[in-house]
Design a protein around this ligand. Structure first.
Ligand SMILES: Cc1ncc(C[n+]2csc(CCOP(=O)(O)OP(=O)(O)O)c2C)c(N)n1
Length: 602
């Protein structure tokens, strides 16, 4: 084999494969807002030359940026986690009407089992509702191939194309043959065409007809799309499946006949009929909602599905085997790993803020980010969490409903990235509607939850290059909030004083709790004195345990050990600070009533 003809194969995750596929398709513009499990798509794309990749402040903007690029003929991609599609749904639904010029691919990374999400919605519904074709790969190689193909499909049918992955596909790695870059031949430039681009009702009515005609053509295309394929096996059982569920079916039911759908919308009805006619028993195995099943049943084909296969959570080969055959495979003994609840890092500024906030005894409308962990013990200081940006509207709604009784009783807490994503309009609303809420912005200088991505408030781009830094305090003042204060949450005395003062205020106020995320390299590079406990002073009261800091360790003592250590026999233990973990935030000394926590010696 000559060197030229040898295929290069790389081990790539699904997310890396999407980036590679987009690169090979000659994508020109890519935009995203981070969110597990899709985050790495843009991080990987940013490493390729010849394209522009950016973090958008939220998914709606990412989608609009990608659509703009597609309007002028460039191939473009927007990537988001499943709930991001909710945020971007407005432009997505109308982009279905306008169509594209350059290929436009929308990556939706769904999260069955909710490994890191607030719900497990099945975004195949969006393909149906927005009348947009959707491809669903089953491994990394298919993910790359489908991504590349999706751009061509988009241009051929003048439509955005959804590429749906789920966590297992996004994060699992597999061999991927690399290919050549094959860009679009569409010339760049805006071609005026109001009937296509200006969705006034009169134009939109005509475009809706175009969409219906396109769906008809796509249904025809689906019949011969090679990603929809029958794998004949034992004809006594036929399984229709797609995505990662296909892998489970192949493992659990190796002899079954399988119809693997690579395109989950629209569906190839003739192919489905042919498959159903060729098997004695037909079962649909799909994760989450009965989307394929409902369609097959509506075609008048008797089929089994969700009465056997769980509607909730991820599937596994074991679940699939039991669901389809009734055979129960014994579970392997679970590994004996101690249960460790998620916790904020040692030195996390969120812990300090919530510790101070706890003392104020208020209802805390929360938001999504690392700080959501404050809802768990021992801090237990967040009372609601719905979706990104909801904290501010929730607080305002509570206060308006409670009237005078609610004054000073409700606080909204939101991270800096989340505030920029979808908190700003909530704050505008408070000012506009003469609310009086206190809003706390937890400004740790990053999008920590998803792995420390930059955002408009960090002053750095996706590529880490310097750019304008959005000044949150200035922005809040421009919105009309007259009382904007920045505090260092590690300074408990100041933070508590400002919190109490602003809670009492009869006007909206914003407190920016500003201290770096401990995982940022610049923070780690700083030298800060660590803390240690003077064992002779510790009386085992465990007041410091209320911080939930992982660097604070509890050493249990028997009555004999307590006496030997010079303590009362009733003292149950003493506290020790793990110096490797301590970040030197200096909050624990404020909590220790016996002043046992001091600066550590070298
Ligand atoms: C619509 C939507 N997009 C993305 C996410 C994923 N996500 C959850 S919280 C968050 C941002 C967290 O950053 P920040 O608000 O700064 O808080 P931090 O984690 O830094 O404390 C992201 C991107 C989501 N849950 N919903």
């Amino acid at each position: 084999m000559s060197v030229q003809s040898r295929e290069v194969v790389r081990l790539l995750s699904g997310n890396q494969a999407i980036a590679r596929g987009a690169y090979e398709a000659g994508v020109k513009v890519a935009a995203a807002y981070p969110g597990t499990p899709s985050t790495e798509v843009l991080e990987c794309l940013a490493e390729y030359d010849g394209l522009h990749a950016e973090w958008a402040p939220n998914e709606k903007v990412a989608m609009e940026v990608a659509l703009g690029a597609a309007m002028v003929g460039a191939r473009a991609l927007a990537a988001m986690k499943h709930v991001g599609v909710n945020v971007a749904a407005d432009p997505i639904f109308t982009a279905s009407y306008t169509g594209v010029r350059g290929g436009l691919v929308i990556v939706t990374a769904d999260d069955p089992e909710m490994h890191s999400s607030q719900n497990e919605q099945d975004n195949r519904h969006y393909a149906q509702a927005a009348k947009i074709p959707m491809l669903e790969p089953a491994d990394s190689a298919e993910t790359k191939a489908y991504t590349k193909f999706a751009f061509a499909l988009s241009e051929r049918f003048d439509t955005p194309v959804f590429l749906r992955t789920t966590t297992r596909i996004s994060h699992a790695t597999g061999p991927v043959p690399l290919g050549e870059v094959e860009p679009s031949t569409t010339p760049l430039g805006f071609v005026e065409d109001p009937a296509k681009w200006v969705m006034l009702p009169a134009n939109a009515r005509r475009r809706h007809a175009v969409v219906e005609e396109r769906m008809r053509a796509l249904r025809e295309f689906a019949e011969t799309f090679e990603g929809n394929r029958i794998e004949w096996g034992d004809r006594s059982l036929g399984v229709i499946t797609a995505g990662v569920a296909y892998q489970y079916v192949r493992e659990a039911l190796p002899h079954a006949s399988v119809l693997k759908l690579g395109m989950v919308h629209p569906l190839p009805e003739r192919l489905i009929c042919a498959f159903a006619a060729g098997v004695q028993r037909l079962v649909v195995v799909e994760e989450l909602d009965p989307i394929l099943e409902t369609h097959v049943r509506a075609m008048g084909i008797p089929v089994e599905g969700k009465e056997r296969v769980p509607i909730q959570g991820e599937l596994t080969p074991r679940i699939v085997r039991t669901a389809v055959t009734g055979e129960v495979t014994p579970l392997r003994e679970p590994a004996s790993v101690p249960n460790r609840p998620p916790n904020l890092c040692a030195g996390c500024p969120h812990r300090s803020l919530f510790f101070a906030l706890n003392k104020c005894k208020v209802t805390v409308t929360g938001d999504i980010g690392c700080y959501t962990l404050a809802a768990l013990p021992p801090l237990k200081s967040m009372d609601t969490c719905v979706c990104m940006g909801a904290s501010i509207g929730n607080a305002h709604g509570m206060e308006k409903a409670l009237g005078a009784a609610g004054r000073g009783k409700v606080v909204a807490v939101i991270g800096d990235s989340t505030f920029v994503h979808s908190g700003i309009t909530g704050l505008v609303n408070i000012v506009y509607n003469r609310g009086f809420s206190t809003v706390i912005i937890l400004d740790n200088g990053t999008t920590a939850m998803t792995g420390a991505q930059d955002h408009p408030g960090t002053g750095k781009t996706l590529q880490g290059e310097p750019t304008h830094r959005l000044d949150l305090a200035l922005l809040c003042r421009a919105i009309g909030v007259e009382h904007v204060y920045t505090v260092n949450p590690h300074d408990q005395v100041e933070t508590e004083a400002v919190l109490r003062r602003e809670l009492e205020r009869d006007a909206p106020s914003v407190i920016i709790a500003q201290a770096s995320c401990v995982l940022l390299p610049e923070h780690r590079a700083e030298q800060r004195p660590r803390r240690e406990v003077i064992p002779e002073l510790c009386n085992g009261c465990r007041a410091c345990g209320m911080l939930g800091c992982p660097a604070i360790e509890w050493l249990p003592l028997t009555p004999e050990e307590a006496v030997a250590a010079g303590k009362k026999p009733t003292q149950k233990g003493i506290v020790r600070i793990n110096r490797l973990m301590c970040d030197g935030c200096n909050v624990c000394p404020e909590v220790c009533k016996v002043r046992a926590m001091v600066e550590a010696g070298q």
